[in-house]
Design a protein around this ligand. Sequence first.
Ligand SMILES: C[S@@+](CC[C@H](N)C(=O)[O-])C[C@H]1O[C@@H](n2cnc3c(N)ncnc32)[C@H](O)[C@@H]1O
Length: 198
Amino acid sequence: MTDLLELHKTFLSRHLREGAVAADCTMGNGHDTLWLSRSVGVTGRVIAFDIQEKAVENTSALLASENAPQNYRLLLDSHANLQLRLAEWLGEDARLDACVFNLGWLPGSGDRSVTTLRESTLAAAEAALELLAPDGCLLVAVYPGHPEGAAEGEMLTARFAGLNRREYSAICVRLVNSPASPFFFVVERSDRGRGAGK
Ligand SMILES: C[S@@+](CC[C@H](N)C(=O)[O-])C[C@H]1O[C@@H](n2cnc3c(N)ncnc32)[C@H](O)[C@@H]1O
Protein backbone atom coordinates (compact mmCIF):
# COMPACT_ATOMS: atom_id res chain seq x y z
CA MET A 1 0.00 0.00 0.00
CA THR A 2 1.06 3.58 -0.51
CA ASP A 3 3.24 4.94 2.28
CA LEU A 4 2.05 8.49 3.10
CA LEU A 5 5.51 9.50 4.35
CA GLU A 6 7.01 8.56 1.02
CA LEU A 7 4.22 10.52 -0.69
CA HIS A 8 5.33 13.65 1.24
CA LYS A 9 8.72 13.30 -0.39
CA THR A 10 7.20 12.77 -3.82
CA PHE A 11 5.35 16.09 -3.54
CA LEU A 12 8.30 18.01 -2.07
CA SER A 13 11.11 16.62 -4.22
CA ARG A 14 10.14 18.63 -7.27
CA HIS A 15 10.74 21.84 -5.30
CA LEU A 16 14.11 20.84 -3.84
CA ARG A 17 17.32 21.23 -5.81
CA GLU A 18 20.91 22.12 -5.06
CA GLY A 19 20.90 25.67 -3.69
CA ALA A 20 17.23 25.75 -2.63
CA VAL A 21 16.06 27.26 0.67
CA ALA A 22 13.88 25.12 2.96
CA ALA A 23 12.34 25.31 6.42
CA ASP A 24 11.56 22.47 8.81
CA CYS A 25 9.10 24.09 11.21
CA THR A 26 8.90 21.06 13.51
CA MET A 27 12.35 19.51 13.91
CA GLY A 28 11.44 16.69 16.31
CA ASN A 29 14.09 14.00 15.92
CA GLY A 30 15.46 15.59 12.77
CA HIS A 31 14.50 13.13 10.06
CA ASP A 32 12.87 15.78 7.86
CA THR A 33 15.69 18.26 8.58
CA LEU A 34 18.24 15.67 7.47
CA TRP A 35 16.33 14.90 4.29
CA LEU A 36 15.95 18.60 3.48
CA SER A 37 19.62 19.28 4.21
CA ARG A 38 20.72 16.52 1.83
CA SER A 39 18.17 17.56 -0.80
CA VAL A 40 19.38 21.18 -1.06
CA GLY A 41 23.10 20.38 -0.84
CA VAL A 42 26.01 22.49 0.35
CA THR A 43 24.86 25.62 -1.45
CA GLY A 44 21.30 25.33 -0.09
CA ARG A 45 19.99 26.46 3.29
CA VAL A 46 17.71 24.79 5.85
CA ILE A 47 16.26 26.63 8.81
CA ALA A 48 14.68 24.42 11.47
CA PHE A 49 12.59 25.11 14.56
CA ASP A 50 11.54 23.33 17.73
CA ILE A 51 10.54 24.57 21.15
CA GLN A 52 12.06 21.56 22.95
CA GLU A 53 15.77 21.34 23.76
CA LYS A 54 15.62 17.57 23.38
CA ALA A 55 14.46 17.94 19.77
CA VAL A 56 17.30 20.34 18.91
CA GLU A 57 19.81 18.00 20.58
CA ASN A 58 18.46 14.93 18.78
CA THR A 59 18.44 16.72 15.43
CA SER A 60 21.93 18.12 15.92
CA ALA A 61 23.26 14.64 16.79
CA LEU A 62 21.51 13.04 13.81
CA LEU A 63 22.83 15.59 11.32
CA ALA A 64 26.35 15.25 12.68
CA SER A 65 26.31 11.45 12.67
CA GLU A 66 24.96 11.40 9.11
CA ASN A 67 27.51 13.98 7.87
CA ALA A 68 24.80 16.29 6.61
CA PRO A 69 26.01 19.26 4.56
CA GLN A 70 26.82 22.31 6.74
CA ASN A 71 23.84 24.20 5.36
CA TYR A 72 21.46 24.33 8.32
CA ARG A 73 20.52 26.44 11.32
CA LEU A 74 18.75 24.69 14.21
CA LEU A 75 16.73 27.07 16.38
CA LEU A 76 15.25 26.53 19.82
CA ASP A 77 12.32 28.77 19.03
CA SER A 78 8.69 28.68 17.98
CA HIS A 79 7.90 28.41 14.29
CA ALA A 80 5.65 31.43 14.89
CA ASN A 81 8.93 33.40 14.51
CA LEU A 82 9.66 31.94 11.07
CA GLN A 83 9.64 35.25 9.21
CA LEU A 84 11.85 37.05 11.71
CA ARG A 85 14.40 34.26 12.04
CA LEU A 86 14.65 33.61 8.30
CA ALA A 87 15.25 37.32 7.66
CA GLU A 88 17.89 37.45 10.44
CA TRP A 89 19.81 34.61 8.81
CA LEU A 90 19.36 35.08 5.07
CA GLY A 91 18.08 38.65 4.75
CA GLU A 92 14.71 40.29 4.22
CA ASP A 93 14.44 39.05 0.63
CA ALA A 94 14.87 35.36 1.51
CA ARG A 95 12.09 33.11 0.22
CA LEU A 96 11.28 29.44 0.81
CA ASP A 97 11.31 26.84 -1.93
CA ALA A 98 9.94 24.30 0.54
CA CYS A 99 8.49 24.43 4.03
CA VAL A 100 7.52 21.40 6.13
CA PHE A 101 5.37 21.02 9.24
CA ASN A 102 4.92 17.66 10.92
CA LEU A 103 2.45 18.61 13.66
CA GLY A 104 2.05 16.95 17.05
CA TRP A 105 4.47 15.94 19.78
CA LEU A 106 8.08 14.75 19.86
CA PRO A 107 8.09 11.10 18.76
CA GLY A 108 9.59 8.73 21.32
CA SER A 109 9.70 11.27 24.15
CA GLY A 110 6.72 9.83 26.03
CA ASP A 111 5.72 13.42 26.86
CA ARG A 112 2.63 14.38 24.93
CA SER A 113 2.05 17.57 26.91
CA VAL A 114 4.19 19.59 24.49
CA THR A 115 2.43 19.52 21.17
CA THR A 116 1.81 21.96 18.36
CA LEU A 117 -1.12 24.29 19.03
CA ARG A 118 -3.57 26.06 16.73
CA GLU A 119 -2.51 29.61 17.50
CA SER A 120 1.21 29.21 16.76
CA THR A 121 0.56 26.72 13.93
CA LEU A 122 -1.68 29.25 12.19
CA ALA A 123 0.78 32.12 12.73
CA ALA A 124 3.58 30.02 11.25
CA ALA A 125 1.46 28.75 8.35
CA GLU A 126 0.51 32.33 7.47
CA ALA A 127 4.18 33.33 7.52
CA ALA A 128 5.10 30.33 5.37
CA LEU A 129 2.41 31.18 2.79
CA GLU A 130 3.83 34.70 2.50
CA LEU A 131 7.42 33.48 2.34
CA LEU A 132 6.92 30.84 -0.35
CA ALA A 133 8.96 31.55 -3.47
CA PRO A 134 7.21 31.35 -6.84
CA ASP A 135 6.58 27.59 -7.32
CA GLY A 136 7.42 27.05 -3.64
CA CYS A 137 5.72 24.28 -1.66
CA LEU A 138 4.30 24.11 1.86
CA LEU A 139 3.63 20.63 3.28
CA VAL A 140 1.74 20.19 6.55
CA ALA A 141 1.24 16.74 8.08
CA VAL A 142 -1.67 16.58 10.54
CA TYR A 143 -2.45 13.99 13.23
CA PRO A 144 -6.22 14.10 13.89
CA GLY A 145 -6.16 11.16 16.33
CA HIS A 146 -5.99 13.54 19.34
CA PRO A 147 -8.26 16.54 20.02
CA GLU A 148 -5.75 19.36 19.34
CA GLY A 149 -4.57 17.61 16.18
CA ALA A 150 -8.13 17.28 14.93
CA ALA A 151 -8.74 20.96 15.67
CA GLU A 152 -5.53 21.96 13.85
CA GLY A 153 -6.71 19.93 10.85
CA GLU A 154 -10.09 21.67 10.78
CA MET A 155 -8.50 25.08 11.14
CA LEU A 156 -6.03 24.48 8.32
CA THR A 157 -8.69 22.99 6.06
CA ALA A 158 -10.71 26.21 6.44
CA ARG A 159 -7.66 28.44 5.93
CA PHE A 160 -6.31 26.64 2.87
CA ALA A 161 -9.77 26.33 1.31
CA GLY A 162 -9.91 30.13 1.34
CA LEU A 163 -6.65 30.65 -0.55
CA ASN A 164 -6.80 32.57 -3.80
CA ARG A 165 -6.69 30.00 -6.59
CA ARG A 166 -4.79 32.41 -8.81
CA GLU A 167 -1.88 32.35 -6.42
CA TYR A 168 -1.98 28.96 -4.68
CA SER A 169 -3.16 25.41 -5.23
CA ALA A 170 -4.09 23.56 -2.04
CA ILE A 171 -4.27 19.77 -2.03
CA CYS A 172 -5.34 17.54 0.85
CA VAL A 173 -4.30 13.87 0.85
CA ARG A 174 -6.16 11.68 3.33
CA LEU A 175 -7.55 8.18 3.80
CA VAL A 176 -11.31 8.54 3.43
CA ASN A 177 -11.77 5.10 5.00
CA SER A 178 -9.77 6.03 8.12
CA PRO A 179 -10.67 9.56 9.28
CA ALA A 180 -8.43 9.42 12.39
CA SER A 181 -5.29 8.54 10.39
CA PRO A 182 -2.67 11.19 9.66
CA PHE A 183 -3.21 13.26 6.53
CA PHE A 184 -1.41 16.09 4.84
CA PHE A 185 -1.79 19.30 2.89
CA VAL A 186 0.35 20.35 -0.04
CA VAL A 187 0.08 24.06 -0.85
CA GLU A 188 1.99 25.25 -3.91
CA ARG A 189 2.46 28.85 -4.97
CA SER A 190 2.04 29.83 -8.59
CA ASP A 191 5.32 29.89 -10.49
CA ARG A 192 4.51 33.50 -11.35
CA GLY A 193 4.26 34.46 -7.68
CA ARG A 194 1.80 36.83 -6.09
CA GLY A 195 -1.43 37.58 -7.94
CA ALA A 196 -0.58 35.39 -10.93
CA GLY A 197 -2.01 32.16 -12.29
CA LYS A 198 -5.20 31.04 -13.98
C1 LIG B 1 5.75 15.21 15.15
S1 LIG B 1 7.14 16.09 15.79
C2 LIG B 1 8.12 16.39 14.37
C3 LIG B 1 8.83 15.17 13.86
C4 LIG B 1 10.01 15.51 12.97
N1 LIG B 1 9.58 16.07 11.71
C5 LIG B 1 10.94 14.35 12.76
O1 LIG B 1 11.39 14.14 11.61
O2 LIG B 1 11.26 13.66 13.74
C6 LIG B 1 6.47 17.68 16.20
C7 LIG B 1 7.48 18.59 16.88
O3 LIG B 1 6.92 19.92 16.89
C8 LIG B 1 7.46 20.57 18.01
N2 LIG B 1 6.71 21.81 18.30
C9 LIG B 1 5.59 21.99 19.04
N3 LIG B 1 5.22 23.29 19.06
C10 LIG B 1 6.14 23.95 18.30
C11 LIG B 1 6.31 25.31 17.95
N4 LIG B 1 5.45 26.26 18.36
N5 LIG B 1 7.37 25.65 17.17
C12 LIG B 1 8.25 24.69 16.74
N6 LIG B 1 8.13 23.38 17.04
C13 LIG B 1 7.09 23.02 17.81
C14 LIG B 1 7.38 19.52 19.11
O4 LIG B 1 8.25 19.85 20.17
C15 LIG B 1 7.79 18.26 18.33
O5 LIG B 1 9.15 17.97 18.49
